[in-house]
Ligand binder design. Sequence first.
Ligand SMILES: [Zn+2]
Length: 196
Amino acid sequence: MRPSRVTWSPTSIGVGHFGPGSRALGGSLPPMARVLVLNATYEPLAIVTPRRAVVLVLDRKAEALDGSGLWFHAERTAVEVPSVVRLRSMVVVDRSRELTISRRGVFVRDAATCQYCGDRAETIDHVIPRSRGGRHCWENVVAACRPCNVSKADRLLSETRFSLVRLPVVPRRLSWVSVAVTHVPDQWRPWLPAAA
Ligand SMILES: [Zn+2]
């Protein structure tokens, strides 16, 4: 999900670097650190890099709601790197835009469980095979173990002994957060719906 009507382009904040602050344990930011961006309405909106989040705060486009304990040092200023920021003005999100299907997303939705037998899934399967006109969409793709996938092959469910544990659906709108990151930081949890 990308905000549709906001300009993220960073303005100049001079040459800066990330480093430990008074409360930090030392070292630089973990390379995979990300910052959760909330809309002005507190709705989760996007995930950005620490640098981009710092720019939003310095530009007064966003306020920091929670800190990371690490600091961004620029020429004349030092800013605590936020873990959650809230935009000061509301971004209009196109509600019609669905979460793009991805292998990772299917695994998150199906809890990495084969939707035919309940074993650990290693593959994704098109319920209606693509060769039979099945689409590559949330409603037609499920997580599957390799044996089930191979055994089902290019057949319709009605032609096999297989049945679905659950009907595949488009994930709820906000679960994109758990699809986007491997690990949801604790600081984000108060701002996310329970399902995310
Ligand atoms: Zn299976």
